[in-house]
Ligand binder design. Structure first.
Ligand SMILES: N[C@@H](CCC(=O)N[C@@H](CS)C(=O)NCC(=O)O)C(=O)O
Length: 263
């Protein structure tokens, strides 16, 4: 009896020893995640299924009307990965508050949380998702490089004119006709580059859709709101239709709620 009791005690000691490192790991991990209070998040909503087990992995912080937020949401949806969504109130300047700036040093939306990590810049976010989820990624170093090249180009030459013109139409930016014409000309030049590329290939950076298509679609979607007519670019129009037929595709209205939504 006494021997059994001492055996039991010894076993307990061993168990405690083994448990220690894991407990330490948990504690250090607990230092970095965003506190529910700090992020001012609502209570959890009941589960809505999809990829059970890892559905709490991603949280997207953004605004429904934001093109870059849509790009990130679109990528998650095309990857068939569920995500929680936190609405960031730009009007109230929530994106410039210290608790948001620790997540996104640029004070912009979107931000994507993956576990303990916060990611900024929509192009970098979708490239990261492509690589980590192994969907819409480049299969070779050449393809990866082409995707990156198009994503850099897209922000340099396409997103700036489209989003500036859209912001002007929405009354969020004021500039005169001269500047409007300049952006309009830049957007058309970018569309001509795309048209030329899509003459030769169904998709932008590879023989299949990649993160480059997602990034460019996330901007071109807003062309009508920027008063840019894409109909003179038939290959761009056909590509847009092909893209919209991809499984998991959704419009901004379908993918971005007005309010926070936790899985
Ligand atoms: N290059 C950034 C652009 C993000 C961006 O411009 N976000 C806007 C909303 S659509 C924003 O946060 N504006 C507030 C600010 O810049 O202060 C990206 O792709 O994530």
């Amino acid at each position: 009896m006494a021997r059994a009791a001492s055996k039991k005690a010894a076993k307990k000691t061993v168990q405690r020893k083994v448990a220690k490192p894991a407990a330490r790991k948990k504690l250090s991990a607990a230092r970095t995640p965003p506190s529910r209070k700090a992020a001012n998040t609502p209570r959890k909503s009941p589960s809505n299924g999809a990829v059970a087990g890892n559905k709490q992995r991603f949280t997207l912080h953004g605004v429904m009307t934001s093109g870059p937020t849509y790009t990130a949401a679109l990528m998650l949806s095309l990857c068939r990965h569920p995500y929680s969504y936190i609405h960031v109130n730009l009007r109230e300047g929530q994106h410039k508050q210290p608790d948001y700036l620790v997540k996104n040093r640029y004070g912009q939306v979107p931000t994507l949380r993956d576990g303990q990590m916060f990611l900024a810049q929509s192009s970098a976010i979708i490239e990261y998702l492509a690589e980590t989820l192994k969907k819409f990624e480049g299969k070779t170093i050449v393809e990866k490089q082409r995707i990156r090249e198009w994503l850099f180009w897209q922000w340099d030459k396409l997103a700036v004119p489209v989003f500036r013109l859209r912001a002007r139409n929405r009354g969020l930016r004021q500039f005169g006709d001269e500047v409007r014409v300049m952006y309009d000309t830049e957007a058309k030049a970018a569309l001509a580059v795309l048209e030329h590329e899509l003459l030769r290939s169904d998709w932008i950076a590879a023989k299949r859709p990649t993160a480059a298509d997602v990034g460019i679609y996330g901007v071109l979607r807003y062309a009508p709101e920027a008063s840019i007519d894409i109909s003179p670019y038939p290959h761009v129009v056909a590509w847009k239709k092909r893209f919209e037929a991809l499984p998991g595709f959704g419009t901004p209205e379908q993918l971005l709620p007005m309010e926070s939504r936790l899985l």
